[in-house]
Write a protein that binds this ligand. Structure first.
Ligand SMILES: Cc1cc2nc3c(=O)[nH]c(=O)nc-3n(C[C@H](O)[C@H](O)[C@H](O)COP(=O)(O)OP(=O)(O)OC[C@H]3O[C@@H](n4cnc5c(N)ncnc54)[C@H](O)[C@@H]3O)c2cc1C
Length: 359
């Protein structure tokens, strides 16, 4: 009888979709010894490339249920993966801490209650005299901003992470096909993935990591529904005589908007959740109206770059969708938020399922 390890080496796994979820699954499965092929016609244009990379794990206020379990797993797994991936990019890093702010007194009281109840040394209320609050108050010209700091959460540069994963996948000689899969079917205990050019790729396992488009491939075997969610972000240039953005924390969130100062006079702001696929013209207003009154420097800010990503949100069930749909067929989709954060928890789940399948 063959050992499980031998089965792993012989087994061929096709991953459809090469966003963060597909790439991370490929990483973990390839480390387990599987032969992996990733298929994607447009990996540079996906929502993973649009992500700001904030890892909001430990500051999540609902400390029970599936969503918390996945976050907790990811928080634990990230340091191990960063360490591992540093061989391919020694600058890969999670920039900490992460600050969450609000001008809404009711929301602040809830934050306070959460911090008091949780009693976690890595989460603290930011006092009025903290240097962070002082600098934010000065820059945004309002005294109403309050919030918390999480020393365990932070930000990873999503583009740099994707590039590092690509280096790893290349180094491991993982097969990559720049094709679109239009159909999957099962024949003689094997899965066949058909491309637009009628090529057929055989595998023991197929993992659908192609976000919204996953449903097109499984509509006959599953009731899964996914809705598109648009997320937008922009880089803004400001007059540096009025403000020094480097006096601000490296990443923070005010009233739901994520803000990342990248130089003295440039910052990134994202993202909104819009249930359409067409970006609106008024993106500047949409992303900068998070205070009663905008500071002058922000009002006069210029959009230097803007970008968007379309994610998938499960309709009728909770996000994300990680399921075994059939013998050897899995889906990892519906990551409309936090796909970067949750990628390690997702790949751990897939690894366990695939190991179970072969044991
Ligand atoms: C502006 C913005 C900011 C964000 N900020 C954050 C953040 O700070 N932190 C965070 O954790 N998350 C963030 N997100 C969310 C995060 O980007 C998503 O959760 C994540 O990228 C989802 O990854 P994915 O691999 O599932 O999908 P995608 O990255 O969309 O990848 C799916 C891939 O499937 C491919 N594909 C589709 N159909 C087929 C087919 N038939 N055959 C082959 N391939 C196919 C596509 O080409 C695509 O490359 C943000 C998103 C946006 C838009």
């Amino acid at each position: 009888m063959k050992s499980i390890k031998e089965n792993f080496q012989k087994a061929h796994i096709v991953i459809i979709g090469s966003g963060i979820i597909g790439k991370f699954n490929a990483l973990e499965l390839s480390e387990l010894g599987f032969c992996v092929t990733i298929i994607d016609p447009a990996q540079d244009k996906n929502s993973s490339n649009a992500a700001l990379g904030l890892l909001m794990g430990n500051m999540y206020q609902k400390r029970r249920g599936r969503s918390w379990t996945l976050r907790k797993q990811s928080i634990e797994l990230w340091p191990k993966w960063i360490n591992f991936l540093r061989e391919f990019n020694d600058e890969l890093n999670i920039e900490k801490p992460l600050i969450q702010l609000t001008t809404n007194e009711e929301k602040f009281q809830k934050l306070k209650q959460f911090i008091n109840e949780i009693n976690d040394p890595d989460l603290k209320i930011l006092e009025e005299n903290s240097i962070f609050i002082k600098n934010i108050t000065k820059a945004f010209e309002t005294k109403k901003i309050k919030g918390m700091i999480s020393f365990k959460d932070g930000r990873i540069n999503a583009k740099s992470l994707l590039e590092t994963l690509d280096k790893y996948l290349k180094h491991k000689k993982i097969n990559f096909l720049e094709e679109e899969i239009i159909k999957i079917k099962k024949s003689n205990n094997q899965w066949i993935s058909e491309t637009t050019n009628n090529a057929e790729i055989k595998s023991d396992i197929v993992i659908l990591c192609n976000s919204l488009k996953a449903v097109d491939l499984i509509d006959s075997i599953s009731q899964i529904k996914l809705k598109p969610v648009l997320g937008q972000a922009m880089e803004i240039g400001v007059n540096d005589a009025e403000v020094n953005l480097l006096s601000l924390p490296k990443q923070f969130n005010i009233n739901g908007k994520n803000i990342i100062p990248i130089s003295k006079n440039k910052l990134i702001i994202g993202s909104t959740d819009e249930y359409s696929t067409n970006p609106e013209d008024k993106i500047f207003e949409k992303l900068t109206n998070f205070l009663d009154k905008k500071p002058n420097w922000l009002m006069k800010g210029q959009i230097l770059k803007k970008w968007l990503g379309i994610r998938s949100r499960p309709d009728g069930e909770s996000s994300p969708i990680m399921k075994n749909l059939d013998d050897g067929l899995f889906i990892c989709s519906g990551f409309y938020k936090n796909g970067i954060l949750l990628a390690p928890a997702c790949s751990r789940w897939i690894a366990k399922e695939v190991e179970k399948y072969f044991s």
